[in-house]
Design a protein around this ligand. Structure first.
Ligand SMILES: *Cc1c(COP(=O)(O)O)cnc(C)c1O
Length: 394
């Protein structure tokens, strides 16, 4: 059955939350995926920064298969060893010298939902968030997301949120008061097209929140787990927050989320405050442990830095790219005179999956295992992809 008929069946059976699918994909291996028509594509989006190890990585397949055959699901009346090991590993890689506690859940929005509920346990309700932020689609995480198009149909949302321009230290200092429960920041704003907060912004946010007794909460759902070449993007700034939320790449494609509280923030929840049936699921925890082990064993942090630099320097060599942003394999660029969605379509025609985050913004989030050969092949095709996009608009 062809892509066309699958697309019709999709539209007849699934809610129209995402618009029509760009492709109907059937299988994947490494950085390559195949659609139902047998065409293959090199995946430079990685499930939106999720497929850390690419597709079908043996370490992930083995961990999930073995764990599922051993113990697949229990409930949170009980605990499993992968869940405990994962929490320990996350604490050790996020902030080895700081006491912390982990809450495991199933997605980014849920990790942020947990964090938002934690902030309420301080007795304060005011949260300062960033303009152009994306924190998820549940009512709580949406309350922190600034995009009006996402918010307006669902208002009223849980309130008491102030937005400040991303990176603006003075605006942040003016917005945070002694009534502020938390400041929430993405170290890189992925959904906005990979905006990067200067290291001194995170350091200033740490100082300002500390001054006012507010929590510093970093949403590393997209930027964390090695994507920028460090376990957490905020490590580059040397800042230890009170809360970190993780999800996307954490288990390489198996649904998972984590909310980490450091110091007192790790003890804000008491029994009865929060929960989730699937959170800490042994299969998801085993998958995350396999991802972490493989990143360490195969030197994927260093690799992400090297391929990311090669990708960025190659992309910006074309004069139609006016700005290049990001670190490691989270890369965003701005185009002049070329429509970003047309570039994505032209790339797909040429066998590459990339993503537009706005009319002139393109994002790349390939698996950490992406090869230099794939990067070089993409860069060789890049000018002709831009030509094709310009031609299609003419
Ligand atoms: C994707 C994302 C979320 C939401 O995660 P879901 O798993 O889609 O709920 C939250 N914050 C950031 C920074 C994200 O990139």
């Amino acid at each position: 059955m062809s892509s066309e008929s699958w697309t019709q069946r999709y539209s007849a059976a699934l809610m129209n939350t995402f618009g029509p699918p760009k492709l109907i994909l059937e299988r994947g291996e490494g950085c390559r995926v195949w659609d139902v028509d047998g065409r293959s594509y090199v995946d430079f989006l990685g499930g939106i920064a999720v497929n850390t190890l690419g597709h079908g990585h043996p370490a992930l397949v083995d961990a999930v298969t073995t764990q599922l055959g051993t113990l697949g699901h229990i409930s949170n009346f009980f605990a499993s060893t992968p869940q405990i090991e994962l929490a320990e590993r996350l604490l050790a890689l996020a902030a080895p010298d700081t006491d912390g506690r982990v809450f495991l859940c199933n997605s980014g929005a849920e990790a942020n939902e947990a964090a938002l509920k934690m902030t309420r346990r301080t007795g304060r309700t005011h949260v300062v968030a960033m303009e152009d932020a994306f924190h998820g689609r549940t009512m709580g995480s949406l309350a922190l997301t600034s995009k009006q198009a996402y918010r307006t149909p669902f208002e009223p949302l849980p309130g008491d949120v102030t937005w400040v321009p991303y990176g603006d230290v003075d605006a942040l200092a003016a917005a945070v008061t002694d009534q502020t429960a938390a400041v929430v920041i993405e170290p890189l704003q992925g959904e906005a097209g990979v905006n990067v907060a200067a290291g001194d912004f995170l350091a200033a946010a740490r100082a300002i929140t500390t001054d006012h007794g507010a929590l510093l909460w970093l949403d590393e759902i997209q930027s964390g787990m090695g994507r920028t070449g460090r376990w957490l993007a905020s490590h580059a700034a040397g800042v230890t927050p009170d809360i970190v939320t993780l999800a996307k790449g954490l288990a390489g494609g198996i649904p998972i989320g984590a909310c980490i509280g450091f110091g007192d923030a790790g003890r804000l929840f008491e029994p009865g405050n929060h929960g989730t049936t699937f959170g800490g699921n042994p299969v998801a925890a085993a998958a995350a442990l396999a991802v972490i082990d493989t990143i360490e064993k195969d030197g994927l942090l260093e690799h992400a830095v090297a391929v990311g630099e090669r990708l960025r320097s190659g992309l910006v060599a074309d004069a139609r790219v006016t700005e290049i942003r990001g670190s490691g394999v989270l890369v965003g660029l701005t185009l002049a005179g070329v429509d970003a969605p047309a570039v994505v379509a032209a790339a797909q025609d040429a066998g590459w999956i990339i993503n537009a985050t706005g009319p002139d913004r393109v994002r790349f989030a390939p698996p950490l295992v992406v090869g230099l050969d794939d990067v070089d092949a993409f860069l060789a095709a890049w000018p002709s992809i831009l030509d094709a996009a310009q031609g299609s608009a003419a």
